[in-house]
Design a protein around this ligand. Structure first.
Ligand code: SF4
Length: 365
């Protein structure tokens, strides 16, 4: 590690030395000044008088700076190409989230009700769609048994629907087909089973606080008991984690589900939910909904991750939680409990943060 070659005449040991960090900061400020003079001036003004920045202005400054911090660090460590490749992997997934929000959730499941969706012949619709969305070669049937196979199919669907929506009048027939398929895949049991490993045809569930964990009743040797459905079991062997956490597509799904409440200064995941008298609200279980105990800028992290900047998102986390690498997605979920979505699935913030950390650690530093 000590042989790492850094840009700007810096040595690896400089990262552990105050003088080295000052030179590093000067190099960043110069980089920013050359790339975006107005943002550079905002940063300098903020540093000169931090108290003059209100909470929203500070958030906006951090969000705007994030891509420049990411570029600078990629260049500093000589991994700019790999950082851009990681950004491109985020961009490639983008159609999934826009089509999910604007087409599947806002149109398909509203225009076609559950009963009607269950009557549709989803497999025939899929066959018709296959030709229109550019299916794989004939001998390579889509693999709905794997996460990768489902996501490949869903991405092809989303890219095609995105193109058709750009000129809806000229694509009425394929759009009708895609709407019917979306309703079937989202609302019918058969469709849900086919897309179980996917993310495009899923709608947030209404929360039943007294049945948060799905269970089934079984009887064994005369004893009635509750258990998780067998399909949800994870075999344990030793003490290793049995949950690999979500992949990039899953984290981006959650980051795009977030509505980035810091823009309205209502990011309760960070600051908690309040009663009219200013005290913290409590959940039905009496748990205080105080939000992040570290005051992490979660909404800002989610926004920057959704835009494709993993280092930038992690940098925002590190402002308030510099030891994020030592926490991970099990340490706490106070943020989720205080998410603005109180009646439906909350944003799975720990998965976004953990994936962001893993994406950054996965770069070839
Ligand atoms: S995680 Fe929830 S509370 Fe926080 S910004 Fe996103 S939607 Fe809002």
């Amino acid at each position: 590690m000590t042989d790492l070659a850094l840009k700007h005449g810096l040595q690896f040991s400089d990262l552990y030395d105050r003088g080295g960090l000052i030179r590093l900061d000067r190099a960043f400020v110069a980089h920013l000044g050359a790339a975006h003079a107005e943002l550079h001036n905002r940063l300098m003004a903020g540093r000169a008088d931090p108290a003059a920045l209100d909470r929203k202005a500070e958030s906006d400054l951090l969000v705007d700076l994030a891509p420049y911090v990411e570029d600078f660090l990629g260049d500093l460590f000589g991994i700019g190409g790999e950082v851009r490749a990681l950004q491109a992997r985020h961009d490639k997934l983008a159609p999934l989230y826009s089509v999910k929000r604007l087409f599947v959730q806002r149109r398909a499941v509203k225009e076609i009700k559950e009963d009607a969706a269950a009557q549709l012949n989803g497999h025939r619709l899929a066959e018709e769609l296959e030709a229109q969305i550019g299916g794989p070669p004939k001998d390579l049937a889509p693999d709905f048994g794997s996460r990768r196979g489902v996501l490949d199919w869903e991405l092809r669907y989303a890219e095609a629907v995105g193109r058709w929506l750009d000129d809806e009048a000229a694509h009425q027939q394929p759009i009708k087909l895609a709407l019917e398929y979306a309703a079937w895949a989202t609302l019918s049991r058969e469709g849900q089973a086919r897309h179980k490993r996917g993310l495009l045809f899923k709608v947030p569930h209404r929360l039943d606080m007294h049945h948060l964990v799905p269970v089934e009743t079984i009887e064994r040797e005369g004893v009635t008991m509750l258990r998780r459905p067998e399909s949800d079991w994870r075999a344990r062997d030793g003490f290793a984690l049995t949950d690999a956490g979500t992949d990039l597509a899953g984290a981006m799904d959650q980051a795009n589900y977030c509505i980035w409440c810091h823009n309205q200064q209502k990011d309760s995941c960070r600051s908690g939910l309040h009663e009219k008298d200013g005290s913290f609200r409590k959940s039905v279980f009496g748990v205080t909904l105080a939000g992040c105990p570290l005051d992490e800028k979660i909404s800002e992290m989610n926004l920057v991750k959704a835009r494709g900047y993993s280092i930038g998102a992690l940098a925002i986390v590190a402002v308030d939680n510099p030891i994020c690498a030592a926490t991970g997605h099990r340490i706490c979920n106070d943020c989720m409990k205080a998410c603005i979505y109180q009646r439906q699935d909350p944003v799975d913030i720990p998965q976004i943060e953990t994936r962001t950390l893993k994406d950054v650690l996965g770069l070839p530093w």
